[in-house]
Every structure is written in C-alpha cells, then in structure tokens.
Design a protein around this ligand. Structure first.
Ligand code: ADP
Ligand code: MG
Length: 363
C-alpha cells in the first residue's frame, strides 16, 4: 500500500473578523499519496487556499487552528521522518520545510518573484544558500532548470527581469525556482487561472511531465474541472470548508455521488453543450460566520431529505478509494435518479475515454 506523504486529519480553522468568527475549515481529512497528483476543486471561498496555506504554515495572523494534524512523511538522510507540521514553529517551517521539501506556486507569479532581480540570479539564490552550491555550479543548474521548464534560450533569459517576460514565462520561472531544491511536494494554487487558455495547457503539460520525471507529489487547486480531468489522479471536492467527496479521477467524473459534485459536473462546459445553455448550481454557499446545521449543501440540493437540514452526514464509503458525505448514500435513503442530462454527458464521456469499462460501472 502506498503510504501518503501528507495526511490531514480533522483540520478545523477559524478566522476572527470584526463581524465575528468565520469557520473556514470544518474538519478536513485529506491524503496525498506519493507520486500522485491530487486536485482540490470547489467554488471560490470553499476553503481550498486556506487548507494548503495551513500545510505551508503561511496563514495570516487572525486565524485559529481549532483542531487537527498535518502529518508529513519524508526521508532525511536515509531515515523516514514523520512530522506533524502544525507542531513546527514558523521558523522551523521556513528553515526545514517551506521551499525545500514542500514548495508552492501561486496564481500570481509576481507573489514569488523579485521584480528588481534578474531571474537567473533568483533561481541561483536558493541553490547557493540552501544547497551550498558554488556560483558556477548554481549557474549550470539554473540553466538546466530553465530548460526543464521549457524556456528557450536560457542563457539569455537568465539575465531577464520579470517584467520582460510574459505571464506564462514568469510562471515557468517560478516553477523552476520551486523545483530548484528538489521538493517532495509541489502545491499549485490556481497556477494557470490568470493565463490564457493555450498557455494554460502548456503549463499543465509541463507540471505533468515534471511530476513524472521527479517523482513529485502534487496538490493542484483549481475551480476548473476541465483542468482536473487533464492533470489529476485523484480528486477532493470541497464545499463550505469540508471535503464532501473524494475518489480517483474516474470515480469523480464517471460516478459522482454527492449532489454538489453532480452540480459541478453539470455546470462544466463541454463541446456538445452550447455555452448559453450551461447549467449553474442554484443559490450560493452558506455564510460561515453562522453555525452550519446538517449538510451545508442542503439548501441548494433539490433532492435534500429532512435529515439533511438536521444532521451532518458522515463520509460513506463507496469503494476503497471513493467516499462521499451525503445522506443520499444511507441505506434507508430513497433511491435517487441522476439528472438525465448529466447521465447522458457521463455516458458520452465514458465512451470517448474508452478505458472505463462496464464492469466498473455504477449501481
Ligand atoms: P478558496 O476555496 O477560494 O481558495 P479560501 O480558502 O481562500 O477559499 O477561503 C475560505 C474562506 O475563508 C472564505 O470564506 C474566506 O473569506 C475565509 N478567509 C480566508 N482568509 C481569511 C482571513 N484572513 N480572514 C477572514 N476570513 C478569511
Ligand atoms: Mg483560493
């Protein structure tokens, strides 16, 4: 069995604001297996960024971690180390983990770049300081990294400043900087959202290639399910500060069980649906300043049962890898038909993919 590199258990995080306490993360369980790409999806405000910022130890000052552990398993000088990242001080996180064993790429590459320094120097810096390379060694390695992330004419680019590069190129440079110290885990928080579609596709391909080459474990955050289908091995669907469904990419796309996942899939544009007719989930997510009673998705779920408004659903297991938190999976719940339009879309997608056979089929 593949041991996870990262295991989050029962993570709850609140923020103190002038309006009261926002319960942003409400009991998250999540595993990242070695060498896999895990996508976290969900509408804006569902808690994706806060979850990964907790892993990096870079939350803002007004947060309170109310419960949970974030176990990180890594190899230090041939020895397997298990560390709860929430127990490390900010200083130890910076010295031992951030940017070394766990690196993060943000939506805006300028968050990670120094506008006044040539990019070559920025890549070399980490190599010289953390890996104790000599200048010529670091120079060689920086060139290699620029080539790895697909930047043409790296000799010339070493001397460029961030403002002389396009958005896509800047993001490639950030990825090069992040890879410089050979991290075990790479976290990408909407890294392509600000880029145009063709550049986006190239960056996705790049991350996929590097992931395979370097045996990286990747957490990829996006609100775009089309991106998920391209990059992910497994998927966690987040809603109102909780993981409501998780499974392999096939399980989530071809056999969704949570009504929120079904809603997300129905609202995903595809080649057959005309954009104007796109479905969107009615209503909006709950305000997390208030206590959530029952299933947070219930008010938006037209199949909601009485119990959905009263009691929080547990995670029901569907397969070894597939779980969903919805009362619809309770043995006493009335059986539910998936919307015909979604059913048809899934059938088409399955036929196109070909590899998902009837024997894996649902119900
Ligand atoms: P997303 O899924 O879009 O990445 P976030 O993780 O950024 O969502 O935010 C989750 C929730 O936490 C949101 O309701 C957001 O308003 C709230 N939140 C995040 N950071 C803070 C903060 N520093 N202070 C107060 N609320 C915050
Ligand atoms: Mg975010």
């Amino acid at each position: 069995m593949n041991e996870p590199v990262l295991s989050i258990r029962d993570l709850s995080i609140s923020f103190k604001t002038s309006n009261g306490t926002v319960n942003a993360i409400r009991g998250v369980d999540l595993d990242l297996n070695k060498g896999e790409t895990l996508a976290i999806v969900g509408e804006s405000g569902s808690g994706k960024s806060v979850t990964v910022k907790a892993i990096m130890g870079i939350l803002s000052g007004n947060q309170e971690i109310r419960s949970g552990t974030i176990q990180f398993r890594y190899n230090r000088d041939g020895e397997e180390v298990h560390q709860d990242l929430l127990q490390l001080s900010k200083k130890d996180m910076r010295r031992r983990i951030n940017g070394k064993r766990i690196a993060m790429v943000f939506q805006d590459p300028m968050t990670s770049l120094n506008p006044t320094m040539a990019v070559g120097k920025q890549i070399m810096e980490g190599l010289i300081i953390h890996l104790k390379m000599s200048r010529p060694e670091a120079h060689e390695r920086a060139l290699e990294l620029l080539r790895l992330v697909g930047i043409a004419d790296p000799e010339k680019r070493m001397k460029s400043y961030p403002h002389q590069l396009s958005g896509g190129m800047r993001q490639r440079v950030v990825i090069a900087i992040m890879l410089a110290c050979n991290p075990e885990v790479l976290i990408c928080d909407e890294p392509t959202t600000a880029l145009d579609v063709t550049v986006q596709a190239k960056i996705l391909e790049l991350i996929k290639n590097i992931q395979a080459k370097m045996q990286l474990s990747v957490i990829y955050i996006t609100h775009d399910l089309g991106v998920v289908a391209k990059v992910a091995d497994s998927v966690a669907v987040m809603y109102a500060g909780k993981i409501v469904e998780r499974g392999t990419v096939n399980e989530i796309f071809y056999d969704p069980r949570h009504p929120y996942t079904c809603g997300l899939l129905s609202s995903m544009p595809d080649i057959v649906t005309e954009t104007e007719k796109l479905y969107s989930i009615p209503g909006s997510p709950p305000n997390l300043l208030h206590e959530v009673k029952g299933d947070a998705f219930a008010p938006r779920n037209r199949y909601a049962l009485n119990i959905d408004f009263q009691e929080e659903p547990p995670m029901f297991q569907i397969s070894d890898t597939h779980y969903a938190a919805t009362w619809l999976l309770h043995e006493q719940a009335p059986s539910m038909e998936m919307a015909a339009s979604l059913k048809a879309r899934i059938e088409t997608a399955r036929k196109e993919a070909g590899e998902w056979t009837e024997s894996d089929s649902w119900r």
